[in-house]
Design a protein around this ligand. Sequence first.
Ligand code: ATP
Length: 235
Amino acid sequence: MLKIENIQAGYGNIIAIKNVSLEINEGEIITLIGANGAGKSTTLMTISGVVAARSGHIFFRNEPIEKKSSDDIVKLGICQVPEGRHIFPQLTVQENLDMGAFLRKDTAEIKKDLEYVFDLFPILAARKNQDGGTLSGGEQQMLAMSRALMARPQLLLLDEPSMGLAPLVIKQIFEIIKQINKENNTTIFLVEQNANQALHIADRAYVLENGEITLSGSAADLLKNSDIQKAYLGI
Ligand code: ATP
Protein backbone atom coordinates (compact mmCIF):
# COMPACT_ATOMS: atom_id res chain seq x y z
CA MET A 1 0.00 0.00 0.00
CA LEU A 2 2.77 2.41 0.99
CA LYS A 3 6.39 2.08 -0.02
CA ILE A 4 9.09 4.45 1.19
CA GLU A 5 12.42 4.29 -0.63
CA ASN A 6 15.55 5.95 0.74
CA ILE A 7 13.83 9.02 2.10
CA GLN A 8 15.92 11.82 3.53
CA ALA A 9 14.30 14.78 5.29
CA GLY A 10 15.14 17.42 7.84
CA TYR A 11 15.02 21.00 9.00
CA GLY A 12 17.65 23.56 7.85
CA ASN A 13 21.03 21.96 8.52
CA ILE A 14 19.54 19.10 10.53
CA ILE A 15 19.10 15.80 8.73
CA ALA A 16 16.37 14.14 10.79
CA ILE A 17 15.92 10.97 8.72
CA LYS A 18 18.30 9.41 6.21
CA ASN A 19 17.85 6.51 3.81
CA VAL A 20 14.62 5.43 5.46
CA SER A 21 12.92 2.63 3.52
CA LEU A 22 9.87 0.73 4.64
CA GLU A 23 6.71 -0.93 3.39
CA ILE A 24 3.16 -1.11 4.67
CA ASN A 25 0.71 -3.66 3.27
CA GLU A 26 -3.07 -3.20 3.08
CA GLY A 27 -4.75 -4.07 6.37
CA GLU A 28 -1.60 -4.15 8.50
CA ILE A 29 -0.79 -2.38 11.73
CA ILE A 30 2.84 -1.32 11.45
CA THR A 31 4.64 0.37 14.29
CA LEU A 32 7.73 2.55 14.18
CA ILE A 33 9.51 2.60 17.50
CA GLY A 34 12.48 4.65 18.61
CA ALA A 35 13.84 6.97 21.29
CA ASN A 36 13.21 10.69 21.66
CA GLY A 37 14.46 12.57 18.62
CA ALA A 38 15.05 9.43 16.54
CA GLY A 39 13.03 10.93 13.67
CA LYS A 40 9.70 9.15 14.09
CA SER A 41 7.49 12.24 13.77
CA THR A 42 9.56 13.47 10.83
CA THR A 43 8.95 10.16 9.06
CA LEU A 44 5.17 10.56 9.49
CA MET A 45 5.21 14.22 8.47
CA THR A 46 7.19 13.37 5.34
CA ILE A 47 4.55 10.80 4.36
CA SER A 48 1.75 13.30 4.95
CA GLY A 49 3.52 16.04 3.00
CA VAL A 50 4.04 18.43 5.93
CA VAL A 51 7.84 18.04 5.75
CA ALA A 52 9.36 17.89 2.27
CA ALA A 53 11.42 14.86 1.28
CA ARG A 54 14.90 15.99 0.20
CA SER A 55 15.54 12.78 -1.70
CA GLY A 56 13.98 9.37 -2.15
CA HIS A 57 10.46 8.31 -3.09
CA ILE A 58 7.15 7.56 -1.40
CA PHE A 59 4.61 5.48 -3.32
CA PHE A 60 0.98 5.12 -2.23
CA ARG A 61 -0.59 2.28 -4.21
CA ASN A 62 2.23 2.67 -6.76
CA GLU A 63 1.62 6.41 -7.21
CA PRO A 64 4.52 8.71 -6.23
CA ILE A 65 3.32 11.15 -3.55
CA GLU A 66 6.54 12.75 -2.24
CA LYS A 67 5.89 15.94 -4.22
CA LYS A 68 2.17 16.22 -3.49
CA SER A 69 0.62 18.79 -1.15
CA SER A 70 -0.70 17.62 2.22
CA ASP A 71 -4.29 18.38 1.05
CA ASP A 72 -3.86 16.11 -1.95
CA ILE A 73 -2.37 13.40 0.26
CA VAL A 74 -5.45 13.55 2.54
CA LYS A 75 -7.67 13.32 -0.56
CA LEU A 76 -5.81 10.13 -1.57
CA GLY A 77 -6.80 8.57 1.77
CA ILE A 78 -3.81 9.18 4.07
CA CYS A 79 -4.59 11.01 7.28
CA GLN A 80 -2.35 11.87 10.23
CA VAL A 81 -3.20 12.33 13.89
CA PRO A 82 -0.33 14.55 15.07
CA GLU A 83 1.60 14.23 18.30
CA GLY A 84 -0.06 16.36 20.99
CA ARG A 85 -3.50 15.92 19.32
CA HIS A 86 -3.89 19.54 18.05
CA ILE A 87 -7.64 19.61 18.20
CA PHE A 88 -9.36 22.99 17.84
CA PRO A 89 -9.86 23.98 21.52
CA GLN A 90 -12.45 26.70 20.88
CA LEU A 91 -14.59 24.56 18.59
CA THR A 92 -17.05 22.05 19.98
CA VAL A 93 -16.52 18.32 19.64
CA GLN A 94 -19.09 18.27 16.82
CA GLU A 95 -17.37 21.18 15.02
CA ASN A 96 -13.97 19.47 15.35
CA LEU A 97 -15.48 16.37 13.74
CA ASP A 98 -17.05 18.47 10.97
CA MET A 99 -13.56 19.86 10.23
CA GLY A 100 -12.32 16.31 9.70
CA ALA A 101 -14.83 15.86 6.88
CA PHE A 102 -13.99 19.27 5.38
CA LEU A 103 -12.72 17.89 2.05
CA ARG A 104 -15.70 15.54 1.56
CA LYS A 105 -19.00 16.14 -0.20
CA ASP A 106 -20.74 12.78 0.38
CA THR A 107 -23.17 14.03 3.06
CA ALA A 108 -24.95 10.71 3.67
CA GLU A 109 -21.66 8.85 4.14
CA ILE A 110 -20.34 11.60 6.43
CA LYS A 111 -23.40 11.03 8.63
CA LYS A 112 -22.64 7.30 8.77
CA ASP A 113 -19.02 7.98 9.74
CA LEU A 114 -20.18 10.33 12.48
CA GLU A 115 -22.36 7.54 13.89
CA TYR A 116 -19.38 5.18 13.63
CA VAL A 117 -17.04 7.45 15.65
CA PHE A 118 -19.76 8.04 18.25
CA ASP A 119 -20.11 4.25 18.54
CA LEU A 120 -16.36 3.89 18.94
CA PHE A 121 -16.16 6.70 21.50
CA PRO A 122 -19.57 7.15 23.20
CA ILE A 123 -18.03 9.78 25.50
CA LEU A 124 -17.65 12.06 22.45
CA ALA A 125 -21.37 11.75 21.67
CA ALA A 126 -22.11 12.77 25.25
CA ARG A 127 -19.73 15.73 24.94
CA LYS A 128 -20.57 16.81 21.39
CA ASN A 129 -21.58 20.36 22.30
CA GLN A 130 -18.64 20.88 24.67
CA ASP A 131 -15.56 22.87 23.58
CA GLY A 132 -12.68 20.61 22.56
CA GLY A 133 -10.28 22.45 24.89
CA THR A 134 -12.32 21.45 27.94
CA LEU A 135 -11.95 17.69 27.28
CA SER A 136 -9.53 15.52 29.28
CA GLY A 137 -6.27 14.42 27.60
CA GLY A 138 -7.69 11.00 26.79
CA GLU A 139 -10.89 12.49 25.38
CA GLN A 140 -8.83 14.90 23.26
CA GLN A 141 -6.88 11.94 21.87
CA MET A 142 -10.19 10.22 21.07
CA LEU A 143 -11.39 13.42 19.36
CA ALA A 144 -8.17 13.76 17.34
CA MET A 145 -8.48 10.15 16.16
CA SER A 146 -12.16 10.60 15.38
CA ARG A 147 -11.51 13.80 13.46
CA ALA A 148 -9.01 11.89 11.32
CA LEU A 149 -11.53 9.06 10.84
CA MET A 150 -14.06 11.62 9.55
CA ALA A 151 -11.78 12.02 6.52
CA ARG A 152 -12.38 8.27 5.95
CA PRO A 153 -8.67 7.42 5.66
CA GLN A 154 -7.43 4.21 4.14
CA LEU A 155 -4.08 4.70 5.84
CA LEU A 156 -4.16 6.27 9.31
CA LEU A 157 -0.90 7.72 10.67
CA LEU A 158 -0.88 7.93 14.46
CA ASP A 159 1.86 9.90 16.22
CA GLU A 160 2.32 8.87 19.86
CA PRO A 161 -1.36 8.40 20.73
CA SER A 162 -0.45 7.25 24.25
CA MET A 163 1.59 10.33 25.16
CA GLY A 164 0.74 11.80 28.55
CA LEU A 165 -2.24 9.51 29.18
CA ALA A 166 -3.07 7.39 32.24
CA PRO A 167 -2.40 3.62 31.89
CA LEU A 168 -6.09 2.71 31.73
CA VAL A 169 -6.78 5.25 29.01
CA ILE A 170 -3.71 4.04 27.08
CA LYS A 171 -5.09 0.49 27.19
CA GLN A 172 -8.44 1.73 25.87
CA ILE A 173 -6.81 3.74 23.06
CA PHE A 174 -4.73 0.76 21.92
CA GLU A 175 -7.78 -1.51 21.94
CA ILE A 176 -9.66 0.99 19.79
CA ILE A 177 -6.73 1.26 17.35
CA LYS A 178 -6.99 -2.50 16.89
CA GLN A 179 -10.76 -2.25 16.50
CA ILE A 180 -10.46 0.49 13.83
CA ASN A 181 -8.00 -1.72 11.96
CA LYS A 182 -10.15 -4.85 12.12
CA GLU A 183 -13.70 -3.49 11.75
CA ASN A 184 -13.05 -0.64 9.40
CA ASN A 185 -10.21 -2.26 7.43
CA THR A 186 -8.09 0.84 8.01
CA THR A 187 -4.35 0.29 7.62
CA ILE A 188 -2.43 1.81 10.51
CA PHE A 189 1.07 3.24 10.84
CA LEU A 190 1.68 3.81 14.51
CA VAL A 191 4.60 5.81 15.88
CA GLU A 192 5.19 5.10 19.56
CA GLN A 193 7.62 5.46 22.41
CA ASN A 194 5.44 2.99 24.29
CA ALA A 195 7.08 0.09 22.45
CA ASN A 196 5.55 -2.60 24.61
CA GLN A 197 1.93 -1.65 23.89
CA ALA A 198 2.67 -0.88 20.24
CA LEU A 199 4.37 -4.23 19.61
CA HIS A 200 1.46 -6.04 21.23
CA ILE A 201 -1.05 -4.73 18.68
CA ALA A 202 1.20 -4.47 15.60
CA ASP A 203 1.77 -7.05 12.87
CA ARG A 204 5.26 -5.81 12.02
CA ALA A 205 7.63 -3.15 13.32
CA TYR A 206 10.56 -0.98 12.32
CA VAL A 207 13.12 0.45 14.74
CA LEU A 208 14.45 3.94 14.05
CA GLU A 209 17.72 5.10 15.64
CA ASN A 210 19.31 8.47 14.88
CA GLY A 211 17.26 8.84 11.71
CA GLU A 212 17.99 5.37 10.33
CA ILE A 213 16.07 2.11 10.32
CA THR A 214 18.26 -0.34 12.23
CA LEU A 215 15.93 -3.31 12.60
CA SER A 216 12.62 -4.62 11.31
CA GLY A 217 10.59 -7.78 11.67
CA SER A 218 7.38 -9.25 12.96
CA ALA A 219 6.18 -7.61 16.16
CA ALA A 220 6.21 -11.02 17.88
CA ASP A 221 9.91 -11.51 16.99
CA LEU A 222 10.87 -8.02 18.11
CA LEU A 223 9.15 -8.58 21.47
CA LYS A 224 11.47 -11.57 21.98
CA ASN A 225 14.61 -9.78 20.75
CA SER A 226 16.98 -9.18 23.69
CA ASP A 227 18.37 -5.89 22.28
CA ILE A 228 14.82 -4.54 21.91
CA GLN A 229 13.91 -5.79 25.37
CA LYS A 230 16.90 -3.95 26.88
CA ALA A 231 16.59 -0.73 24.86
CA TYR A 232 12.82 -0.27 24.61
CA LEU A 233 10.94 -2.65 26.88
CA GLY A 234 12.84 -2.12 30.14
CA ILE A 235 13.38 -5.89 30.56
P1 ATP B 1 9.92 12.37 19.88
O1 ATP B 1 9.60 10.97 20.24
O2 ATP B 1 10.66 13.10 20.96
O3 ATP B 1 8.74 13.13 19.34
P2 ATP B 1 10.88 11.76 17.22
O4 ATP B 1 11.50 10.41 17.09
O5 ATP B 1 9.49 11.91 16.76
O6 ATP B 1 11.01 12.28 18.69
P3 ATP B 1 11.48 14.00 15.49
O7 ATP B 1 10.49 14.88 16.19
O8 ATP B 1 11.18 13.51 14.15
O9 ATP B 1 11.83 12.74 16.43
O10 ATP B 1 12.88 14.77 15.48
C1 ATP B 1 14.03 14.30 14.79
C2 ATP B 1 15.13 15.37 14.86
O11 ATP B 1 14.71 16.52 14.15
C3 ATP B 1 15.44 15.81 16.27
O12 ATP B 1 16.83 16.01 16.36
C4 ATP B 1 14.71 17.14 16.41
O13 ATP B 1 15.35 18.00 17.30
C5 ATP B 1 14.75 17.66 14.99
N1 ATP B 1 13.56 18.50 14.69
C6 ATP B 1 12.28 18.10 14.73
N2 ATP B 1 11.44 19.11 14.36
C7 ATP B 1 12.24 20.16 14.08
C8 ATP B 1 11.99 21.51 13.63
N3 ATP B 1 10.75 21.96 13.39
N4 ATP B 1 13.07 22.31 13.46
C9 ATP B 1 14.34 21.86 13.67
N5 ATP B 1 14.64 20.60 14.08
C10 ATP B 1 13.61 19.77 14.29
